[in-house]
Design a protein around this ligand. Structure first.
Ligand SMILES: C[S@@+](CC[C@H](N)C(=O)[O-])C[C@H]1O[C@@H](n2cnc3c(N)ncnc32)[C@H](O)[C@@H]1O
Length: 326
């Protein structure tokens, strides 16, 4: 028998799903094998199993084999919105141009690891200029979370301007060679109220579908809309408040709805494909991929979120689909 791989978390549980005794006890035994490394480890020749990398996406992407990934589902840090309190994070202390430049550079690395028929789902938020007010009101729910300062108003914009950040990034990615194939408007029926009185309350975000080449894998039948019609570009999906079931480890401020991640994974990958999230956060994309029998690669800079991802995967294996279903 070969020695156990210390980097591999093999979770094998036997639980009684109905401890009350009224229902028949069910024994669940599932295993999620994956390799866990850091961006200081050496490059991999192949991806026989799923992979979690702690580190800077820009360096970690160099460890993956060329053309190994079918699709990417990701939501990078938004510009100047949250402070993840860690060096090398994207989105903090950068001008708008530097922020876009950082993401375009990361996307160059993504292009190398994507298969020739590969795609990227990119969820990115817009922002308003600060009007050169450097102070930012604290996040009422978590004072440590929001950035304490706002960047200066970008040259050419005015106070209170909506930046149009997703489209500026999309144009930069087009210039860098990506095909921009779709803009999905994700509307949130449970969006938070805003205190502003001179514009409509914002209740949507943008998701772009990008491809590496003109032709790419897209399963038009994988997800259907109402009455069986083809899925359209307006997706009405509520945000899913995280359950506080892991104590402080559960505290990720920007979790994507599981429904959204699963929809993207289903449309642009097959069973057994590799799905990548280079800004994995709490691991929603990885859980969606696992739920849909895809292999996954997750990259996340903050060690506490790597722990959170491992716990979410363990919980998924213990409780079946409940965790992935949000
Ligand atoms: C918007 S969150 C992703 C949330 C994720 N979609 C989820 O559902 O939990 C962005 C994540 O990117 C991470 N991050 C920031 N800079 C990074 C970098 N340079 N490399 C890798 N991860 C980074 C942050 O720690 C944060 O967890």
């Amino acid at each position: 028998m070969s020695a156990p791989n210390p980097n591999q978390l093999a979770f094998d549980s036997h639980i009684e799903a109905f401890p009350s005794g009224r229902e028949r006890p069910v024994s669940v035994s599932r295993t999620t094998p994956f390799q866990s490394i850091t961006d200081r480890d050496g490059p991999l020749e192949s991806l026989p199993e799923s992979l979690l990398i702690q580190g800077n996406a820009y360096h970690a992407l160099d460890l993956l084999p060329e053309r190994s990934v079918q699709t990417v589902v990701t939501s990078p840090p938004y510009w100047s919105l949250r402070d993840y309190h860690i060096d090398n994070q994207i989105g903090r202390d950068e001008s708008l141009g530097e922020y876009i430049g950082s993401l375009v550079a990361a996307f160059d690395k993504i292009r190398r690891v994507l298969r020739t028929d590969g795609t990227v789902w990119l969820n990115v938020g817009d922002a308003y200029t600060s009007g050169n007010r450097r102070y930012r009101a604290p996040d009422k729910k978590n004072r440590a979370r929001a950035m304490s300062v706002r960047p200066p108003t970008p040259v050419g914009l005015k106070p209170k301007d909506l930046i149009g950040l997703p489209w500026r990034l999309a144009f930069a990615l087009q210039d860098a060679g990506w095909w921009l194939r779709s803009e999905v408007v994700w509307t949130k029926p449970n969006a938070h109220p805003e205190s502003v009185r001179d514009r409509p309350t914002k209740a949507h975000e943008t998701i772009f579908l990008l491809s590496k080449n003109q032709d790419y894998f897209y399963d038009v039948d994988a997800v259907r809309g109402p009455n069986g019609r083809r899925i359209r570009t307006a997706w009405d999906i509520p945000t899913e408040p995280r359950k506080r079931s892991f104590g402080s480890l559960d505290d990720h401020p920007a979790v994507m709805p599981a429904t959204l991640a699963r929809r993207c994974v289903e449309l642009t990958s097959k069973v057994g494909s590799v799905v990548l999230d280079p800004f994995a956060g709490s691991g929603t994309t990885l859980l969606a991929a696992h739920y849909l029998n895809r292999r996954w690669v997750g990259i996340e800079l903050k060690p506490a979120y790597i722990d959170l991802i491992k716990r979410r995967l363990e919980r998924f294996d213990t409780l079946g689909t409940q965790e992935a279903a949000g």
